[in-house]
Design a protein around this ligand. Structure first.
Ligand SMILES: NC(=O)c1ccc[n+]([C@@H]2O[C@H](COP(=O)([O-])OP(=O)(O)OC[C@H]3O[C@@H](n4cnc5c(N)ncnc54)[C@H](OP(=O)(O)O)[C@@H]3O)[C@@H](O)[C@H]2O)c1
Length: 298
């Protein structure tokens, strides 16, 4: 008589340091419940020195994969077997997918940002190519690299990157692969940007994160932007940042990074399970977490 097959519960993780206040477990648990799947999602504090061991553990049966957040998004790359084209181009992985002992690094921040922007902007405004005007990306870290990929490769728009430390923006532009279709990607100081054509500004810096009065554009005249411009702030805590308030005061549209957070989680869950749970499930879980008063990390 053969034994009943052992049902291994599906498991997914977040590796980050710190990890305690992550909003991801709430979203993924809601997704498992909605999809009718038995699975767990656990946020683990993994110090940098322990990342190799933690990643090796993802090869175990029943493990779907993991999300990676600070400080692991870049240092995990050499620990993985494959990278998707987006992860390779961005140079950062926020999602590891496990299949039969092999680990693939994916970056769902970039398509997550795209999906969030698609909820806010008409398709021909968003994908207007060069005619859509340049996209201004503020910041030069990992999130900025995802924003640059979204703007250059997914939206096919010219990109100007502006960072507090200009040398970092220069390095980002200098080391990025040549854009397709004659698109332009350059680092600039704030006063060099053609603001009058910039219909999309993305804050990918951490200015404003947990500091309500901090902004990546202090003493800036938002009337320099076209009146139909959208200011997208990847920061979502506080939910109403000073950048957003300043943009709105000038009559512009502004949104925080919760949409991107929800969509990057939706895309990671779909990559692990094959189930595309509606974004609304992730949005609703974030609302529950916010009213429950928990924290700020991916
Ligand atoms: N919504 C989402 O789903 C989502 C996803 C990913 C990231 N994010 C957010 O994106 C932000 C950046 O993340 P990251 O991983 O790219 O961080 P990072 O690699 O540490 O980069 C931080 C960037 O912010 C700049 N910066 C920090 N404080 C500043 C200030 N007071 N004024 C102007 N610039 C400042 C830094 O400039 P210097 O080079 O001059 O230091 C650097 O360019 C974080 O707030 C993160 O929470 C959101």
């Amino acid at each position: 008589m053969s034994a009943d097959p052992v049902i291994v519960p599906a498991r997914a993780f977040l590796f980050a340091d710190p990890a305690a206040h992550s909003l991801s477990p709430g979203m993924h648990r809601a997704a498992f419940a909605f999809a009718g799947l038995s699975g767990t999602y656990e946020a683990r504090r993994v110090p940098a020195a322990e990342l190799p061991q933690a990643v090796a553990g993802l090869r175990a049966p029943g493990v779907l994969g993991a999300n990676l957040s600070l400080p692991h998004k870049e240092s995990a790359l050499p620990l993985l077997d494959d990278l998707t084209p987006a992860a390779r181009a961005i140079g950062a992985v926020n999602t590891v997918i496990h299949r039969a002992g092999r680990l693939t690094g994916e970056n769902t921040d970039a398509p997550g940002l795209l999906a969030a922007l698609e909820e806010l902007e008409a398709p021909d405004e968003l994908r207007g190519g060069r005619a859509g005007g340049p996209v201004v990306v503020l910041g030069a870290g990992g999130a900025a690299r995802a924003a640059v990929y979204t703007a250059l490769s997914l939206l096919e728009r010219d990109v100007w990157v502006v960072n507090r430390t200009r040398a970092r923006a220069e390095e980002l532009a200098a080391t990025w692969p040549a854009p397709n279709a004659g698109l332009r990607f350059q680092a600039a100081d704030r006063n060099e940007v053609p603001w009058a054509q910039a219909r999309l500004v993305i804050n990918a810096s951490s200015a404003g994160l947990n500091v309500p009065e901090d902004t990546p554009l202090p003493d800036f005249d938002f009337a320099r932007l076209p009146e139909n411009a959208l200011v997208y702030d990847m920061v979502y805590k506080p939910a109403d940042t000073r950048l957003m308030r300043d943009a709105r005061a000038a009559g512009l549209r502004a949104a925080n990074g919760l949409g991107m957070l929800a969509h990057q989680a939706r895309l990671a869950f779909a990559a692990w399970t094959g189930v595309d749970v509606p974004a609304q499930v992730f949005h609703a879980a974030l609302e529950t977490e916010k009213t429950g008063g928990t924290g700020d990390a991916t």
